[in-house]
Structure formats: C-alpha cells, structure tokens
Design a protein around this ligand. Structure first.
Ligand code: HXC
Length: 513
C-alpha cells in the first residue's frame, strides 16, 4: 500500500508541475497566473476538487493535457470549472483536452450548476489534426445544449484563438482582462499574410476592442484578480440553473436597512431634451449598492444590468439619454435583447426604464441592418414570460415605445412618471410633418416661424405627448409620483410571483438574426 501511495504522490506531483517549473516561472515573470492559481482565486477556499488530473496526451508528457477541470463552491454553491493551462502545448486543444471539458460540461448539466471556463489557448492543436476539430465540435454542441439550462461563464485570460474564440461566444457572459486577453479567429500573422493588414494582437482582439466595439466581452477587468472577483460577484445574482426558481428565497436577509435615495425627480432635467445619467435613476430604484452593470462599455445608449429589489435579483434595461440621446440602434438592440433572453431563461424578473426618442435614423444604420437587429428587441420582450414592469420616465416615442416593454409587447405593468411623453414621435418632428404647409407659408411671408413651431410643439405636448392620452386608453396602469416608483415596482413584482403564461407548443421560434 505504501508503495502505491508513493506512486500516487509522485504522479500527482508531476501533474501539478504542468508544463514544468521553467514554464511556470515564465508566466509569473509576465505577471500571469497558472491555471490552478486562477481557479484557487476564483472559488471558495479549499473547495476545489480536481478531476481528470491524470489524463495526458498519448505517448508524450503533457500533464493534464493542457486543461485543469473540477468542481468547487463559489459563495457556498456548487460550480463546475475548467481552466486551460498555457504551459502545456500553449493550452491548445486536442481530443483528450476537449473530452475533459465536455465531461465537466456534462457534469454541470447533471449537477444543474453554473460552469465557468477560463480560456487561455492557441486554439486547435495543430499536430492533433481533425481530432482537435472534433473536440471543438463536441464542446460547442454542449455549449448550445447547456444554453438556458445553467449559467455559462467564460473568462478569457490569454490568447483565445481560432476555435477557442467560439466557445466563449456561445456562453452567457464573457470576461476579459486588459492587456492579457486576446480573442480572434486568427492572429496578426495570418491577418497580414492573407489580408495585408498589419495590426497588433491587442488592437486586433484585445479586451478593450471586445468590450467596446465587437461587444463579445460583457465584463472588462484591469487585472486577473479583479476579473475573478467580478465573476464571483456576478454569480451572486444568478440562480444555479433554470430549475432553481427559489434561488432568492433568503432575499430579505440581504436588504439593507439604510435609507434608499429617492431623488428621481431631481435627476430628471426639467428640459426634456437635456441628457442625464439613467444609471443614477437605476440606483434610486435598486437596493443600496446592488447595481451590477453588464456590457457596460458596449452600446452605452442602453444600460443593462442586475439589481436587487427587496433583496431579490431583477434585470434592468434602461435607455441612456447621456449617449445618442438614448436612441436605439443595432448594437443597443443586440445588447438588450440578449440580456432580456438571459433573464427570461433563468426566471429573473425584468424592469425597463424607458426614455427613448426612437430609433437612430441614418443611412449607415439602415444599411447595416437596423431593422434586422431592431426586430430582436421586439422578439425578446414578446417571447419573455417572466414578470415584466416598465416605468416610462420621459420620452416614449414610436417604435422605441412599443419595443421597450410596452404593455402591447408583453409588460405586465406599465407605470409612467408625470413627465412621460408617449407619442408617435417627438413634438418638434410631429410639428414639422403636421404643419409643413403652414411653416412654408410663414417662411415665405417672412414671419416668425420659430414662435409658430414652439407654440405648436407646446400644443402637441399638451394634447398628445403626455401620459394621460395613453392612460385614457388603458395602455398604462398608473401615473406615479417619482418618490413612489421603487415601492410601486416592488409591490407589482410581488403581485407577479406566481405569473403563469401558456404558450402554444412548438419546437422553437426563429429569433431575428
Ligand atoms: C499546437 C501550439 C498552438 C496550436 C501555440 N502552440 N498554439 N501548439 N497547436 N494551435 C504552442 C507553441 O508552438 C509553443 O510551443 C507554445 O504553444 C507557446 O506558444 P508561443 O507561440 O510561444 O506563445 P505566444 O508567443 O504567447 O503566442 C501565443 C499565440 C501563438 C498567439 C496563441 O502561439 C499562435 O498564434 N498560435 C496559433 C494560433 C492560431 O492561429 N490558432 C488557430 C488554430 S485553427 P513551444 O513548444 O515552443 O513551447 C483553429 C480552428 C478550429 O483553432 C476551428 C474549430 C471550429
């Protein structure tokens, strides 16, 4: 027995050495952590239980075959984890490496718990040929089957090239680290050879590029430690799986007894055209310090995130008048619709704070698929069966009004502030259409056209762009004093606890692409 235990220890030691001491030192010298160090930082202390440590590539010395897998706890709850080990063949993916990942994916499905993948890989292992492609296919297949069943989180902490890029893109949330993460289909060398374009890895697929432009990254971190702390924070808001409908049952114990800020009225400018930061309004309705913004750097004209209300997780979608006046465009529609579908999959109620002047007009937008992308937003709201409440803060014009959680598209309650303007379009645009003949005549006669427009805009505002026109038709439920919004929304969500929606049985719908 003693000999067997000595053998076990020696094998374990070899496996723990990954790609060797020199390779580990090289990483540390670059300020990078190893796969196991990353897992230790991510999970609760002493909770990681490694599986498949003794897997190695046939006939050579690749400990763990370049990936560390296992189960652990985060915040006391089960998670499945894998972390690619760049010290072993550049974390490249061969068949056994892939099968370790698919095994832990299958386990996450059985355990009904979140799965977190820390990606650091040169992509398909070139020398393993088609086996590597098979491995990727098997991972993507499971990413898709797990979608909407358990939360899937990808942390990109190094290169994530070729096939390695698609798996994160198939998961729910992608985290990237400034200066460390790089994600691209193929690196700068091939880009230069094929396209004749010279670009650095960072500029091609660095964290900032994916967080701001491509929109692949939902969370941006300054360093690895900060990134893993952000993952832990996100998990606090999420259920273990789509079956975990009571995950907030200890919610009230989390409610802060501090006073809530209640200054929505002082945040909203009296001039309807003046911008403001809607995140300040979110903080007024959320429990104290509970706002976790998602996709913060991408499409800032719409804000998405998680808050707590009375201790319970709520998803928030809010137009951001501080950027593009909060108008909708393709990126905003992509961002919000995906977020809404996540909330719907995992039974997280949704609050929409509406202040939308409409869709961003323009040739570029139209030609790049504003209609195709915008349709996703209608689809996501209409498809969702979670409790949905909308508060109209200010503008609610045209398609933006219908799309963003109007009653007509599925909201359970729509509340308006007295400042709400629900109408087909804004007063200035409406006046220019309705009174174009009169305007032309005044201009020709040399009259005061601005005074005329102002008077007509006021008239329009009084008659149409207010909450009472919609109220008279029953399209909204109430006009609420700003100081009562939080309590009114909390009461309304409470009333929707047992919400049940029956939908026709079908295979699946077709999300606009
Ligand atoms: C085998 C690989 C590898 C790969 C890296 N390595 N990528 N081995 N297959 N795909 C090995 C290197 O040979 C090296 O081995 C070690 O990992 C470290 O790599 P370096 O190049 O020294 O590191 P670095 O300078 O940091 O550059 C990292 C990198 C670069 C940017 C990831 O290695 C790279 O460009 N790799 C290829 C990326 C790529 O184009 N992948 C796409 C594959 S095709 P030694 O022995 O020297 O330590 C694909 C399609 C799948 O993935 C499609 C599925 C749908």
């Amino acid at each position: 027995m003693k000999e067997k235990i000595i053998e076990l220890e020696s094998r374990r030691e070899k496996a723990l050495l990954c790609g060797g001491e020199a390779a580990i030192e090289k990483r540390h010298a670059k300020g990078l952590l190893t796969a196991r160090e990353r897992i230790e930082l991510l999970v609760d202390a002493d909770s990681f239980r490694e599986t498949d440590m003794f897997v190695h590539k046939d006939g050579d010395n690749a400990p763990g075959d370049g990936v560390v897998c296992g189960t652990a706890k985060i915040g006391g709850k089960n998670v499945c984890v894998f972390a690619q080990d760049f010290t072993v063949l550049g974390g490249s993916l061969g068949l056994r490496h892939a099968r370790k990942i698919t095994k832990i994916q299958d386990l996450a499905a059985k355990m009904r718990c979140p799965i977190i993948g820390i990606n650091d890989s040169g992509g398909a292992r070139i020398q393993d040929g088609v086996d590597s492609l098979c491995g990727y296919g098997e991972i993507f297949y499971r990413n898709t089957l797990l979608s909407g069943l358990v939360p899937q989180i990808s942390v990109v902490m190094g290169p994530c090239a070729g096939g390695a890029a698609y798996s994160p893109a198939l998961t729910d949330f992608v985290f990237m680290v400034d200066g460390v993460s790089k994600m691209f289909l193929t690196g700068p060398t091939v880009v230069e050879t094929v396209m004749g374009e010279t670009i650095s890895q960072e500029d091609l697929g660095g964290a900032r590029v994916h967080a701001e432009k491509a929109g692949t990254a939902h969370f941006f971190a300054e360093n690895e430690k900060d990134c893993l702390a952000q993952v832990r924070r996100l998990l606090e808001y999420l259920p273990q799986s789509a079956d975990d409908i009571e995950f907030d049952k200890d919610a009230r114990s989390r409610v802060s007894t501090d006073d809530f800020p209640n200054n929505i009225a002082s945040i909203l400018p009296s001039d309807g055209k003046e911008p403001y930061d809607v995140r300040e309004v979110v903080k007024c309705v959320a429990d104290k310090d509970s706002f976790l913004e998602v996709h913060e750097m991408f499409a800032p004209n719409i804000v998405c995130g998680f808050i707590r209300m009375n201790g319970e997780t709520v998803g928030v979608v809010a137009n951001q008048p501080n950027y593009l006046a909060g108008a909708l465009d393709a990126d905003a529609a992509d961002k919000a619709s995906r977020f809404i579908r996540f909330c719907d999959s995992f039974n997280i109620p949704l609050l929409t704070l509406m202040d939308v002047p409409g869709c961003l007009p323009g040739v570029d937008g139209e030609h790049s698929g504003a209609v195709r992308h915008g349709a996703k937003l209608f689809y996501a709201y209409a498809e969702a069966t979670i409790p949905m409440i909308t508060v109209v803060l200010r503008k609610a014009y045209g398609g933006g009004y219908v799309a963003l959680g109007s009653r007509h598209i599925g909201a359970d309650y729509v509340f308006c502030l007295p400042t709400a303007e629900i109408a087909v379009m804004g007063p200035e645009s409406a006046v220019s259409v309705l009174y174009h003949k009169e305007i032309k005549a005044i201009v020709e006669a040399g009259g005061d056209v601005e005074a005329f427009k102002k008077e007509k805009a006021e008239e329009y505002r009084r008659e149409y762009a207010n909450p009472y026109e919609a109220g008279a038709k029953g399209y909204i439920d109430d006009v609420v004093d700003p100081k009562d919004v939080r309590s009114r929304v909390i009461d309304a969500f409470a009333s929707l606890k047992g919400k049940k929606v029956e939908r026709p049985n079908k295979k699946h719908g077709l999300t606009p692409a």
